[in-house]
Ligand binder design. Structure first.
Ligand SMILES: [Fe+2]
Ligand SMILES: [Fe+2]
Length: 166
C-alpha cells in the first residue's frame, strides 16, 4: 500500500478484514452497551479499528503491521459484553483493570485468535494495567483507543444519550 488510504478505503478494509467479528451475533450485544457518553461499544470499536489503520498508514508502518490482525484486535479490544456502567455496583473502579482479560476470554470463546490478536486485546489498557503490548499492532490499538475515548468523552453529544440503536 504505497499511497495514503482515504477514509472510505479504511472503512472498507475494516469491513472486509473484520467481517467475521462484525457479523458475529455476540457483537450485536455491543450495540446496546454504552462506552463513553452516548457512543455504543460497537461504534467505539469500529472507530478504534479505523483510527488504528489510519495511524499505521500515516506512520508508514505497513512493513511491520499485519493489517487483518490489527483490525480484528481493535474490533475485539472491548469485547467484554456488558454495560460497564451497570457493573461493579456502578463504581467502575475495577472495570479499567479487568476488562482486557474479560474481552480476551469472550473473544477466545467466539473466535480463533492468533498471538498478535490475543496479546493486543489483553494488554490494551496499558499503561493503566502493568503489562505492555508485545506487538506493534497492540500499541496501535492502545493509542487509537485512548484517542477515541478522549474524543467520545469530551463530545457534547454525550448529553443526548437517549436512543439505543436497534
Ligand atoms: Fe477498553
Ligand atoms: Fe476501548
Amino acid at each position: 500500500m504505497a499511497r495514503l488510504l482515504t477514509r472510505t478505503q479504511i472503512q472498507e478494509l475494516v469491513a472486509v478484514h473484520g467481517r467475521e467479528v462484525i457479523e458475529h451475533r455476540h457483537m450485536q450485544i455491543e450495540r446496546r452497551c454504552f462506552q463513553h457518553g452516548n457512543v455504543s461499544t460497537f461504534a467505539h470499536s469500529i472507530r478504534v479499528a479505523c483510527l488504528a489503520v489510519w495511524i499505521a498508514d500515516r506512520a508508514h508502518l505497513w512493513r511491520h503491521v499485519d493489517l487483518k490482525s490489527l483490525i480484528r484486535a481493535a474490533l475485539l479490544h472491548d469485547y467484554f459484553l456488558y454495560d460497564w456502567h451497570d457493573w461493579d455496583d456502578g463504581e467502575h473502579r475495577l472495570h479499567g483493570f479487568t476488562h482486557g482479560g474479560a474481552a480476551l476470554r469472550n473473544a477466545l470463546r467466539d473466535f480463533r485468535l492468533n498471538a498478535i490478536e490475543r496479546d493486543s486485546i489483553a494488554n490494551h489498557m496499558f499503561p493503566m494495567t502493568p503489562t505492555p503490548p508485545r506487538y506493534v499492532e497492540g500499541y496501535l490499538v492502545t493509542i487509537a483507543d485512548k484517542l477515541s475515548a478522549t474524543r467520545e468523552t469530551l463530545s457534547l453529544d454525550r448529553f443526548n444519550k437517549g436512543e439505543v440503536p436497534a
